[in-house]
Design a protein around this ligand. Structure first.
Ligand code: AMP
Ligand code: MG
Length: 442
């Protein structure tokens, strides 16, 4: 981890966890014999995590083309107007607004043209007009554009009827971005439109926080990497592949430490190796209380455990701590859905924070559920849903697939989480529920 200074910019000290939906009171007390805090509410787990971590402060310059998904390190202030000149928003004729007829038809003398990239050098005089194309600079004197479909042209005489108004179809200089305005703030995770805004300002390079280095391994004697034959009782390690994808979306650098056996010494060594060059270590499997679950014990030997249970389903066992190197540690459950849900809910906000990124506030909607939903009180539940509109455009949500925490297809088929708060009991079909769509459109 870098120095404990917070990054520059407008990054709020508190991450908003308002979408969290925990409505329970204080978390259950007692460490179940492990000396830990007992199952935490999601919100409290995140508060603890963020209180422990220091955001990365190192920055680097990258080209705008390489900056997609990277976190901006400093505010970007516009050095000029975009557009730089007042221009036409339509193909048509530029005139002086004062010359427009208030009744009947006015006739204008066609004095030249201003095509995009080819400005008209002179001035538009009284009673004159200029042929102009979309994006063409508005010539001196002109302040109004009449769309070409609305005029009649006879040679150099252009007839314009009444009904137009001064200033129409004109893009003012700076109406997109005004010189001196802060267009993008530090902490912004750059989206495609942001790259376009930077380019529109003529910027070729930006300062971004360095990528997070995230070490990753899967645990389990039953796991084999795809590409190798499966022995009796073995399965392919899918979680590592899932996390490669999730981390790539965050722009993290992934250090892949493969599959580690359910063996305390092997886990200890793997944790130390992984921690050596990483900001964060993420593992999956082995965090429950079975005989082959050694991750917590290994963590206790080469680091410190913060907590290992969160009141959520799927995903109750999830270990968080620090390794002696300073790296943050997340031990996620092995079940593929549990691993991914805990990643989105617990790990991703932490990675955003560590990256210097402003917290994201997921879009949430309230819609009726078409399926009845089982629900135990005292934990926040995340069902995988398909949010759909009927032919009248009314939205509702249904379960995407069978609900098992091993059924990764449910995440693949879903387009949203159905989030049921801690204090909710079972939900009947037709009841209103909160959904959080997975992805934005742009
Ligand atoms: P565990 O959390 O280790 O008890 O594992 C719970 C379940 O998830 C078991 O059925 C494991 O076989 C399965 N599992 C664990 N790790 C992975 C993985 N990397 N990929 C796919 N399934 C896994
Ligand atoms: Mg296991």
């Amino acid at each position: 981890m870098d120095s404990p200074r917070r990054p520059a910019g407008r990054i709020p000290r508190e991450v908003h966890i308002e979408n969290d939906m925990d409505t329970g009171t204080d978390h259950a007390q007692g460490g179940r014999g492990h000396g830990g805090p007992g199952p935490l509410r999601i919100k409290d787990a995140l508060t603890r995590i963020l209180a422990t971590l220091q955001p990365c402060t190192k920055q680097e310059r990258v080209t705008v083309r390489q900056a997609l998904g990277r976190v901006l390190g400093a505010d970007v202030v516009a050095t000029g107007n975009v557009p730089a000149h007042t221009s036409s928003a339509m193909d048509g004729y530029a005139v002086r607004g004062a010359d427009l007829p208030t009744a009947g038809t006015g006739t204008f003398h066609l004095a030249g043209s201003a095509l995009a990239g080819h400005p008209f050098a002179g001035e538009v005089g009284a009673g004159e007009c200029i042929r102009i194309t979309t994006g063409g600079a508005l010539p001196h004197g002109a302040d109004t554009v009449v769309v070409q479909e609305e005029v009649t042209v006879h040679g150099a005489r252009v007839h314009i009827t009444a009904g137009h108004h001064t200033g129409q179809h004109v893009r003012r200089a700076g109406e997109n971005v005004a010189a001196g305005a802060t267009v993008l703030h530090a902490g912004r995770r750059l989206a495609p439109a942001d790259l376009g805004i930077l380019a529109s300002l003529g910027i070729t390079e930006v300062l971004v926080f360095r990528r997070l280095r995230v070490a990753l391994f899967s645990t389990g004697d039953e796991l084999r990497p795809p590409g190798e034959p499966l022995g009796a009782g073995e399965i392919y390690d899918s979680n590592r592949c899932t996390f490669h994808g999730a981390l790539a979306r965050l722009g993290a650098e992934v250090l892949d430490f493969g599959i580690v056996r359910d063996d305390p010494a092997a886990l200890r060594m793997a944790l130390q190796d992984a921690a050596a060059g990483a900001d964060v270590v993420i593992t999956s499997g082995g965090v429950s209380v079975g005989v082959a679950d050694h991750v917590k014990a290994a963590l206790a030997q080469v680091g410190r455990i913060g907590f290992w249970e969160v009141r959520m389903k799927p995903g109750r066992p999830i270990a968080f701590g620090r390794l002696d190197s300073g790296a943050a540690f997340f031990g996620l459950p092995g079940n593929p859905v549990s691993a991914l849900v805990t990643y989105y809910r617990i790990v991703q906000p932490a990675l955003d924070f560590l990256s210097g990124a402003e917290p994201r506030l997921p879009l949430a909607l309230t819609v009726p559920t078409r399926d009845a939903l089982g629900k135990a009180r005292g934990r926040c539940e995340f069902h995988r849903g398909c949010l759909e509109a009927d032919p009248t455009g009314t939205f509702s949500v249904r379960l995407a697939a069978p609900e098992g925490s091993g059924i990764l297809r449910s995440m693949s088929l879903a387009n949203c989480f159905i989030v049921l708060p801690e204090d909710s009991g079972p939900v009947a079909a037709g009841a209103l529920v909160r959904v959080e769509p997975f992805a934005a459109f742009v």
